[in-house]
Design a binder for this molecule. Structure first.
Ligand code: FAD
Length: 329
């Protein structure tokens, strides 16, 4: 085993998930302590060009599994490819984004490699006695600190936006092909159809800014003002469960305990009461702005900035001001 760190660079349809760049900043930090190198691995079809670009984020070598069978994510072929990509550099630590793909892939690969795995971490550091990680527990109410010890491979998935992205610099990595040797059992699960939801609109888990609307929006059509503000900020649109259950937004946009857990740099809650189940999905946001007509609304307890105001008046005014700022920028 080397002292190297391997980053799994997640891509879909040729687009790298931004959490990957955040994983690189963690990897670079860990490498300064282990004395090893940072490498990356990318899996997909036609991903060689993206692989070359990963050198700019600190990858010395990029292990590439490029095959038509890997065009779309499927757990078994991807697990096979990632396991093979880990075998090549034999790293001490593997970092993955704690996305839907990472959540599916990490335990499968950890089981195959008999590795220690810590998921959805918000802090990662290495010391002489092991790898120290921090995870949120009980819907973000407490942190759990863990230590991964022993001389087995250690795998860590990192939560989106919990770490800064590594800056892009110059760098041309060595590209190493990883042969894909699928078995019949790897092909047991066949992909028959992909149904895209909310295509063309950023996903809440990827965006640095999320503007969310609640039941108070009263209709799908009224969500237009939320979309306009999100667009002015280059952000994504989220919603409370009440708004999704009412059919104003698809459940893919739901933030919360039974929706998506997000940690954007800025979360703007418009007409959302702040039920504990909603807070479970967004209380880790760096800055929270709440707009609500009711000054006792629990959302104000977690908000950094609170506006006691009617969202139908304030949201369009904010959009107008942010558009002006962007225009002058
Ligand atoms: P409401 O509770 O109706 O609040 C509307 C808010 O808008 C109020 O604060 C009101 O003062 C304000 N308002 C009204 N008009 C205006 C206006 N014009 N301008 C500004 N403010 C206005 N919820 C989630 O969000 N995500 C989850 O994942 C989730 N999971 C759940 C899981 C379980 C097991 C359970 C039991 C519940 C879950 N819920 C979840 C539901 C949660 O308990 C709340 O019911 C829900 O979050 C309420 O949504 P809301 O704040 O949009 O609506």
């Amino acid at each position: 085993m080397t002292n190297d760190i391997l980053v799994f660079a997640e891509q879909r349809t040729g687009k790298v998930n931004p959490v990957t760049y955040q994983a690189f900043s963690v990897a670079k930090h860990l490498a300064t302590k282990t004395g090893g190198a940072v490498h990356a691995c990318i899996i997909g079809k036609g991903v060689r060009e993206i692989a070359a670009g990963l050198g700019g984020y600190g990858a010395k070598k990029v292990f590439v599994a490029d095959d038509a069978e890997l065009e779309f994510y499927r757990a078994l072929p991807y697990a096979r490819a990632l396991t093979a990509a880990i075998d090549a550099p034999d790293p001490r630590i593997v970092l993955l984004p704690a996305t839907f793909m990472g959540r599916d892939l990490a335990p499968r690969v950890a089981a195959r490699k008999r590795a220690a795995l810590a998921t959805d971490c918000v802090s990662v550091d290495v010391a002489a006695d092991g790898l120290h990680v921090r995870r949120t527990l009980f819907s973000g109410k407490v942190f759990g600190e863990y230590k991964l010890v022993g001389d087995r491979l250690q795998m860590v998935s990192i939560r989106a936006n919990a770490f800064p992205a590594a800056p892009k610099q110059d760098g041309s990595p060595e590209i190493v092909n990883v042969p894909l040797l699928l078995t019949d059992s790897d092909r047991r699960l066949q992909l028959t159809e992909i149904v895209r939801t909310g295509s063309g609109v950023k996903d809440v888990t990827e965006a640095e800014i999320v503007v969310s609307g609640g039941r108070s929006l009263k209709s799908e059509a009224n969500f237009k003002i939320i979309y306009e503000l999100a667009e002015a900020l280059d952000g994504a649109v989220g919603a409370s469960r009440a708004a999704c259950d009412a059919g104003y937004q698809p459940h893919s946009r739901q933030v919360g305990l039974t929706g998506k857990v997000i940690t954007p740099k800025l979360y703007i809650a418009c007409g959302i009461d702040g039920a504990i189940q909603h807070l479970a999905g967004m209380r880790g946001s760096k800055v929270i702005v709440a707009i609500n007509t009711k000054k006792e609304a629990p959302i104000f307890n977690v908000a950094n900035y609170g506006c006691v105001a009617d969202l139908f008046t304030l949201v369009p005014l904010l959009t107008q001001e942010f558009r002006k700022l962007r225009h002058h920028a």
